[in-house]
Design a protein around this ligand. Structure first.
Ligand code: TXA
Ligand code: MG
Length: 311
């Protein structure tokens, strides 16, 4: 069932069930982050390996003190600036956090989303919500309630409908190691904005070849169709007749464009729904033009690269 009833969402969660949760980035598959049975259920439904930890979502900044210890000053600076919003912080976990949530790590990923319905729901709960993106492992993330039903409708009975996600790509993930600020995933807050506030350079960890976390897996966000990324102005020769070109911004030669007006915000908010729509067409190959390297462009290109990795 797709519903806007926050109380019903709370009822489902309080009885140990999972729901589809709207956030400004993507929809999450959400349940009580402190209940190991619920967490197990999330892994099972998502078909996600247990060694890939989940993000805990909170409704108020102060709740971070229940879940985390030894919070570095830089984290407080980022919280003041970017929460609520598409920023996840990796911090030392407190005793109450189950190891299953963090895949055995002594660090927990936490975020305060900015979607008003998510905040209202989270503030009504006595526990944080574990919520990975509500897609099967390695598939495109959902940016509407219907996307969640399309993919996980058989496994969950309730999706809280918060409309289409305003950002459309996942949160930026930042960690701290001694005095270094590490970027684990490009996302809804540009790295440049983080570096500006902290007045320091960050260390990119998202292409780490050792693959510390499978969220960094090369094949990710993958639709079923074959995707090829091309640079602006690059010529390409389609291998199959059933192929199409998706330009970055509207262009008379393309089937569709990622961005409606050339802005990276528009591109981010449309990316996953375009990939999904193309998956339902008869085209066999999709040639997609990369985003420019500004704003959310690097995060969009990161998704495109992973979506296009051969299986
Ligand atoms: O925007 C988002 O962050 C969305 C919405 C629903 O909030 N959530 C999301 O969750 O993208 P998920 O599970 O699809 O991606 C979480 C990423 C994974 O790549 C995971 O490896 C990483 O966060 N992660 C979680 N806990 C971690 C930890 N303790 N240390 C390092 N990475 C962690
Ligand atoms: Mg995900």
């Amino acid at each position: 069932m797709i519903s806007q009833n926050i109380e019903l969402a709370k009822k489902n969660l309080d009885s140990g069930k999972l729901i589809g949760l709207p956030t400004e980035t993507v929809y999450g598959l959400a349940g009580n982050a402190l209940d190991p049975d619920v967490i197990l259920n999330i892994y099972e439904i998502k078909k996600r390996p247990f060694f890939n930890p989940l993000i805990a979502h909170i409704g108020e900044k102060g709740q971070i003190n229940n879940l985390c210890i030894n919070i570095p000053d830089a984290a407080h600076v980022l919280i003041d600036e970017f929460w609520p919003g598409p920023l996840t912080l990796i911090l030392e976990k407190s005793e109450i956090v189950p190891h299953l949530l963090t895949s055995g790590s002594n660090k927990i990923a936490v975020r305060l989303p900015s979607h008003p319905m998510a905040i209202k729901l989270l503030q009504s709960l006595k526990y944080p919500l574990a919520a990975p993106s509500a897609n099967p492992f390695q598939y495109v993330s959902p940016t509407s309630a219907q996307h969640v039903i399309d993919q996980l409708g058989k496994s969950i009975s309730f999706v809280l409908d918060g409309g289409p996600c305003s950002i459309g790509i996942e949160s930026t993930i930042i960690g701290f190691n001694n005095n270094e600020v590490e970027v684990y995933r490009l996302g809804g807050i540009p790295v440049k904005a983080i570096e500006k506030i902290l007045k320091t350079k960050t260390k990119p960890m998202f292409m780490d070849k050792k693959l510390t976390y499978p969220g960094q897996g090369k094949k990710h966000y993958s639709p079923k169709k074959k995707i090829f990324c091309i640079s602006h102005g690059e010529s390409f020769k389609a291998e199959k007749s059933k192929s199409i070109f998706i330009s970055w911004k509207p262009d008379s030669k393309s089937f569709d464009s990622i961005s409606l007006d050339g802005s990276t915000r528009s591109g981010a908010s449309r990316l996953f729904s375009i990939l999904r729509r193309l998956d339902a067409t008869e085209f066999e190959e999709i040639y997609i033009e990369r985003a420019p390297n500004r704003g959310l462009g690097p995060a969009i290109n990161d998704r495109l690269t992973r979506a296009s990795h051969p299986s």
